[in-house]
Design a protein around this ligand. Structure first.
Ligand SMILES: [Zn+2]
Length: 331
């Protein structure tokens, strides 16, 4: 290996470099002193982009450094960032979670279609006590997956087969399997005619349930509320059993859209509407009444009993739900 040798040419080169550097520094400092500023007090933008030519400009026109912002100027012409970025849709037909139950079980949904009108179907709001509603929604999911039932182009359909997983999977330990893990009836926890207690004589009264400490005290109702609002749901079905009837959302009378939807679904299924077999239970804090108050056409569909999945009836009912369009509001 050849040792590095300082020859005459190298010495001259180094000397020239240092002389140049010292001259540059002297020039730079004096230029800033002339403009009345030390190098340290230069604004960040100017000092960050400092070059010899900028220093010269500063002496020629001392005010120019405050008006010229070379670093930021190009950003003004850049394409503005869009305010709304499209959230990618979850994969079609695959489970995704919108939250968790109080016991930590996931609330799993399925999406079909990608149109602008959002429809939602909910099973098992009353857990294992109405477990056939979850079975039905899973069967409808399979029909949609296989293509037996097609979702129209303008609709996005979401299925939530088990809205109350605590009551569904842990039903032996919970009041009739109808509540969530802390004994709350998830169909009495919505912020619509909510009441801490109610007359139970004509209602389900085989076990003691509560309405929660206050409206939306439960993670399940919060998760579904946020999902419905964030996705601007247009209409929903919440499945129950076993009255073979349909209830429409809205108080004291059903709102026109929910009423129209209930009629369309009754015509397709022969489930009774209006539900004249209603024993006169005092309904409080219900999902469909909250949905109605928030502009969502909403119905409870009651299957014929607590065992049958009613799949043949509800294939027709689902097709009617997908074909239904909100009636025009006359001014
Ligand atoms: Zn129910």
């Amino acid at each position: 290996m050849r040792p590095f040798k300082v020859n005459r040419n190298t010495t001259l080169l180094l000397a020239g470099f240092f002389a140049g550097a010292i001259l540059f520094l002297l020039f730079f400092v004096s230029a800033n002193l002339l403009s009345g500023k030390s190098a340290l007090s230069l604004p960040f933008v100017a000092s960050a982009g400092s070059t010899t030519s900028e220093a010269v400009n500063a002496t020629v026109s001392p005010t120019s450094e405050w008006t010229v912002t070379p670093v930021f100027a190009p950003a003004l012409t850049a394409t503005p960032t869009p305010i709304f970025t499209a959230t990618p849709l979850p994969p079609e037909g695959e489970a995704f979670s919108i939250g968790e139950s109080i016991e930590g079980k996931p609330l799993e949904m399925y999406r079909f279609g990608s149109g602008p009108i959002v429809r939602v179907i909910i099973g098992a709001i009353h857990g294992g006590y109405e477990s056939n509603t979850a079975t039905l929604v899973y069967l409808l999911r399979d029909d949609l997956k296989s293509g037996l039932i097609a979702v129209p182009e303008e609709i996005t359909l979401y299925l939530l087969p088990v809205f109350n997983p605590d009551g569904f999977y842990d039903y032996l330990n919970l009041p009739a399997g109808r509540s969530n893990y802390r004994g709350v009836d998830l169909n009495r926890n919505w912020d619509a005619y909510w009441a801490a207690d109610w007359d139970r004589t004509r209602c389900f009264n085989y076990a003691y349930l509560t309405a929660g400490e206050f409206p939306f005290s439960e993670p399940e109702t919060v998760a579904l509320r946020d999902f419905l609002l964030n996705n601007r749901a247009d209409a929903l079905i919440s499945y129950h059993s076993a009255m073979s009837a349909i209830f429409a959302g809205g108080r004291p009378e059903p709102d026109p859209a929910s009423d129209d939807l209930a009629r369309a679904l009754s015509a397709a299924s022969l489930y009774l509407y209006p539900p004249t077999n209603d024993p006169g239970c005092q309904y409080t804090g219900q999902l469909i009444d909250w949905a109605s108050a928030n502009g969502i056409a909403a119905v409870d569909v009651e299957l014929t009993d607590h065992q049958s999945n009613d799949i043949l009836i509800n294939r027709k009912l689902l097709e009617a739900f997908l074909a239904w369009r909100r009636p025009m509001v006359s001014e």
